[in-house]
Design a protein around this ligand. Structure first.
Ligand SMILES: [Zn+2]
Length: 405
């Protein structure tokens, strides 16, 4: 069956284009057959929402969420890296303690989500787990850390998170911290790359067998991570600076260096990094007022959530801002593939963390990427690398080079 479909696709390639409907159907077949992983999902932020269940189908319109189990099935996403994201707070012992406890709780929430739904989710600890879990009909849950701020200055905590399942770590987020400079701190560089503690973090991640993630890192931090790491590193959710010049994106020379070292760039769908979206002070002010009125939206339920969403949509309609489209996303993805090849590009769409473009609002719509890559001339083997093979290749190297006793 699978072989027949593949032959059919080869025939299509040989004898010219099929009708669009037939192409879409073939894309879906390919999409279902390959292993699909997303390397940056902020979905765990929803796990503690009152009344929110991963097994219910939600919508962006009703609660802003972009991933749940029914939509993963609709979108044919086998799994990926569920982030333990901690916003940057005060760089004090008190701040570190609060962040550490919040991150440990988030790790527990990811594990609890899987424990509650053992028939459809399974935690993955090694690259080999991914295929086994997918073949058993379940979704793959890797854990990652976005922002190492919760480690404070205590590098031993990385082992604690490793034991909880973390297999990818990024040192920094929007602003500089005790590990590294961020790509987006308005104050500019503090360490000119990694701090001495950040260098220890790289060594400890190598020792334990944790993939190093340079998304959000400054250019200097990226360069030093790449130079210091004994293994390839990744950008779990970043795009191309040559397509849109933003500090969160990476330039062509660095992308080439990343690839030469065996690493992967996983393309992001965060609109502000894909196209120019000028600040809209009125909109920002209205959104801040909305936040003051309702508090954190993830704490809202029932009528209050409905009222919040209605007011939010009214603000968005009153103060529209440019939003990237799936065409813009594809421009970044295709640029990266043309520059460094299908072995060094993947997918990390930043769902539930600001990702989503017009034409692909949530995880249910990701087969569109497969359809467009096939239309651009890439084959099933290429797609299998981009959608999961590349990140698993990096993970296998990281596992093999770990020196954990
Ligand atoms: Zn991020």
């Amino acid at each position: 069956m699978a072989k027949a479909c593949f032959t059919f696709i080869l025939l299509l390639a040989a004898f010219g284009p099929a009708a669009p409907a037939a192409q879409a159907a073939d894309a879906r077949v390919v999409h279902e057959r390959i292993l699909t992983l997303d390397t940056h999902m902020d979905t765990p932020m929803n796990f503690a929402r009152p009344g929110w269940d991963m097994m219910d189908e939600h919508s962006v319109q009703s609660d802003l969420s972009q991933i749940d189990y029914p939509r993963m099935v609709k979108g044919g996403l086998d799994g990926g890296f569920f982030a333990i994201f901690t916003p940057q707070g005060p760089r004090t012992l008190e701040g570190f303690a609060v962040a550490r406890d919040a991150a440990l709780k988030r790790a527990a929430e990811i594990r609890d989500m899987v424990a509650r739904h053992p028939n459809v989710f399974e935690l993955a600890y090694r690259a080999d787990d991914a295929e086994r879990i997918a073949n058993s009909g379940k979704r793959i849950v890797f854990e990652s850390i976005e922002n190492s701020y919760p480690l404070g200055t205590d590098i031993t905590l990385l082992k604690r998170f490793y034991d909880l399942g973390v297999r990818m770590v990024g040192p920094v987020h929007f602003t500089n911290n005790d590990f590294a400079d961020s790509a987006t701190d308005p104050k500019g560089p503090e360490w000119h790359g990694l701090s001495p503690l950040g260098r220890q973090l790289v060594a400890e991640a190598n020792r334990l067998g944790i993939i190093l993630d340079a998304s959000h890192a400054s250019d200097d931090t990226f360069d030093q991570m790449l130079a210091l790491s004994r293994t390839p590193i990744v950008l779990s959710h970043s795009s191309a600076r040559a397509v849109f010049n933003h500090p969160r994106n990476i330039d062509d020379a660095r992308m080439a260096k990343l690839a030469a070292a065996g690493g992967v760039i996983q393309i992001n769908s965060y609109s502000d990094y894909l196209i120019d979206t000028p600040d809209n002070p009125e909109r920002a002010q209205a959104m801040r007022a909305l936040g003051r009125k309702y508090g954190q939206f993830r704490n809202l339920t029932g009528e209050k959530l409905k009222a919040y969403m209605a007011e939010r949509q009214e603000i968005e309609a009153r103060y529209p801002v440019p939003r990237a489209s799936i065409d813009d996303l594809m421009a970044h993805l295709l640029h990266a593939i043309r520059l460094v090849g299908v072995d060094h590009v993947g997918i990390g769409l930043d769902w539930d963390g600001g990702g989503g473009v017009t034409g692909m609002e949530d995880v249910a719509a990701i087969p569109e990427i497969t359809k467009r890559l096939l239309a651009a001339g890439y084959n099933e083997q290429d797609l299998a690398k981009i959608w999961g093979g590349n990140i698993l290749r990096v993970m296998r190297i990281v596992e093999a080079k770990a020196s954990r006793p």
